[in-house]
Design a protein around this ligand. Structure first.
Ligand code: KIV
Ligand code: NA
Length: 266
């Protein structure tokens, strides 16, 4: 398959073809999503809750992310691989952001980094893109600052909500971002940002008018029991995993497995 490259995303926006992104955290899932035609694989810091079992994304470190990100990059034959920078690895200075980005890219083979914020991190974004590293933005609800935002709240509401989002998105584009994720924002705000930008927007809980969509793969595949309104279960993988494990347990206990066809007699 022909590799998805950075210029394809702007071309897709221009011709109105929706961009697809799913998170992936390991080799087998990344292989499946790549083969299914997902354009972008995101090794999100959502692996903090979804893979490591933390209460939030905040405790996750680059050291923890690197081996997972490398396995995703190795699996992707076609998809463009983006790695999140976790909380605490880019906020301090442009230098810190460049060092963390270089570290992530060198150690993993991911094609781009993503981190959260708008005008407040524009200097970091400029430094990272000046270093030759593709950057994807993340605006709206930003889980790394959930406490400061007062919880999981829909963004873009209020008198200046749309203006503020547009100003942040334009700052990211100006600093060299190739795309911007919009998380949990009202649809009119997502539409305004999408129209204001030349680079594509990728929405999650941002309505149908963004240039692409992203979901956490466990939510999209129906693993676990968290069903946010903005997500949709396209499969019942949690049930399928449970059934496979339960079937295995039952057949080992009853000595139905292994049967003759699984057995070497000589
Ligand atoms: O970490 C993540 O999964 C994300 C997506 C929700 C965009 O940042
Ligand atoms: Na994230």
């Amino acid at each position: 398959p022909k590799k998805v490259r950075i210029h394809h995303f702007r071309e897709m926006k221009q011709r109105g073809e929706k961009i697809t992104m799913l998170t992936a955290y390991d080799f087998p899932t990344a292989k499946a999503f790549d083969a299914a035609g997902v354009d972008m694989l995101l090794v999100g810091d959502s692996m903090g809750d979804n893979v490591m079992g933390y209460d939030s994304t905040v405790p996750l470190t680059i050291d923890e992310m690197i081996p997972y990100t490398r396995s995703v990059a190795r699996a992707a034959e076609r998809a463009f691989v983006v790695a999140d920078l976790p909380f605490g690895t880019y906020e301090v200075s442009p230098e810190q952001a460049v060092e963390s980005s270089i570290r992530m890219i060198k150690a993993t083979g991911a094609s781009a980094v993503k981190f959260e914020g708008g005008r407040r991190i524009a200097r970091q974004v400029k430094a990272v893109t000046d270093a030759g590293i593709p950057f994807c933005g993340h605006l709206g609800f930003t889980p790394q600052s959930e406490t400061a935002l007062g919880g999981r709240r829909i963004q873009g509401r209020g008198e200046h909500g749309v203006e503020e989002l547009v100003a942040d998105a334009l700052a990211l584009q100006e600093a060299g971002a190739f795309a911007v994720v919009l998380e949990m924002v009202i649809a009119p705000a997502a539409r305004a940002v999408t129209q204001a930008l030349d680079i594509p927007t990728i929405g999650i809980g941002a309505g149908p008018d963004t240039d692409g969509q992203v979901l956490v793969w466990l939510d999209a595949a129906g693993v676990g029991d968290w069903h946010p309104r903005f997500s949709k279960q396209f499969g019942a993988v949690g049930q399928a995993l449970h059934d496979a494990a339960a079937g295995y347990v039952a057949e080992v206990k009853s000595v139905a497995f292994p049967a003759a066809e699984h057995t070497f007699e000589s």
